[in-house]
Design a protein around this ligand. Structure first.
Ligand SMILES: Cc1cc2nc3c(=O)[nH]c(=O)nc-3n(C[C@H](O)[C@H](O)[C@H](O)COP(=O)(O)O)c2cc1C
Length: 197
């Protein structure tokens, strides 16, 4: 059984980021015998915010850490807050053993209110992923608020179509890194998910 674990760094409920990381995980799981888990920072808080010392973790936090450490594929997603990931997303990662994610494959994802911050994935998320020695899909997935309706990606609008294509590119790259099949049926269209689509 393959394990896909998605981390959502939003403090809000409902959350576009949570919907996005879940969608990325689902598309990554297509055609694979996979189990998906979403770690939601909004659910871990306030226990997460109150945890400052290593080794004294509330059970829910310890379980979330174990899940991430057992993942084959990780989706690292956060809303952009003040030009970076959320503070509690970083705090969750600050409490992880820095060696435990080494060599795992990851897809980087962000939601934001403005396209001006789309490159946060490159100057904030990717260096953080490199610290943990994650192997990241080259395509990051940044999706603006206006691509969502009712906190779900609106797949048929122009922005939703573009976001879905970007997700599928990142998924195909991650699957290639994992040596999983890169061409699988795409449920949203007749186009297969493929690096050369
Ligand atoms: C405290 C705070 C700071 C934010 N800062 C930015 C920002 O710097 N750049 C940006 O593009 N969006 C910013 N936003 C907008 C959120 O990134 C955006 O609405 C995101 O989709 C929220 O995701 P969620 O629905 O998962 O909470 C900010 C939102 C909040 C609440």
């Amino acid at each position: 059984m393959t394990r896909i674990v998605a981390l959502s760094g939003s403090l809000s409920r409902p959350s576009r980021t949570r919907a996005l990381v879940q969608l990325i995980a689902e598309r990554a799981a297509l055609g694979v015998h996979a189990q998906i888990e979403v770690i939601d920072i909004a659910e871990l808080n306030p226990a997460l915010g109150n945890t400052v010392s290593f080794g004294q973790f509330p059970p829910a936090l310890a379980a979330a850490q174990r899940s991430l450490e057992a993942a084959d594929l990780i989706v690292l997603g956060s809303p952009v807050y003040k030009g970076s990931y959320s503070g509690l997303f970083k705090h969750f990662l600050d409490l992880l053993d820095p060696t435990r994610l080494s060599g795992k494959v990851a897809i980087l994802a962000a939601t934001g209110g403005s396209d001006r911050h789309a490159l946060v994935l490159e100057h904030q998320w990717r260096p953080l992923a490199s610290f943990f020695e994650l192997i990241t899909a080259p395509a990051g997935v940044f999706v603006k608020d206006t691509a969502f309706a009712n906190y779900q990606l609106a797949p048929h609008g122009d922005e939703g179509v573009a976001a879905t294509a970007r997700i599928d590119l990142a998924v195909a790259q991650a699957r290639q890194l994992l040596d999983w099949p890169t061409s699988v049926p795409n449920p949203a269209s007749s186009t297969p998910i493929s690096l050369v689509a």
